[in-house]
Design a protein around this ligand. Sequence first.
Ligand SMILES: [Zn+2]
Length: 148
Amino acid sequence: MYCKKCKNLDTKVIDSRLVEDWTSIRRRRECEKCGHRFTTYEKMEFVKFIVIKSDWRKEIYDKEKLENSILNACNKRNIDFWKLESMISSLENSWGSNKTWITSKRIGKDILNALAKFDEVAYIRYASVYHNFETAKDFVDFINGEED
Ligand SMILES: [Zn+2]
C-alpha cells in the first residue's frame, strides 16, 4: 500500500475496523514519510466468518491464533499434527456451515469437546485457559462438572 501523495511504500495502519456488512475491513493508514493519512478498504475473501466475543466485540476469525492456542495446550504431548489439523478443519466447516458468525464461547466449547477425545492433558490445559481457572478449587469444580 503506497502513499498517494509522495509514493512512499512504507505506510502504517493506525486503525482497522470491520465495515458494517462484515465483508470488508476499513483501514486508516499513515505514510511514514510525509504523514499523509488515507483510508483503504480491503475485501475479506479469505475470511470464513466473524467471531463474536463475550463482550459483543466482533473479530475476524483467525485460524493461526486458534491453532497456536491449541498447540500450546498440546505442548510436549506426542500428538499427530495432521490429525489435529483435520480436527480443526472439520470444526471450521461446522462453524461456517450455516452462518457467517459464531460466538467465541461456542468455539471454545467445541474445541474442548474435540480435545477431550484427542488428548486428555491437552484438554485439561485448554480448559484451564478457557475457563480461566484461578485456584485449584476452580479446577476441581470443573472436573466435577459444577461449572459448565
Ligand atoms: Zn507520503
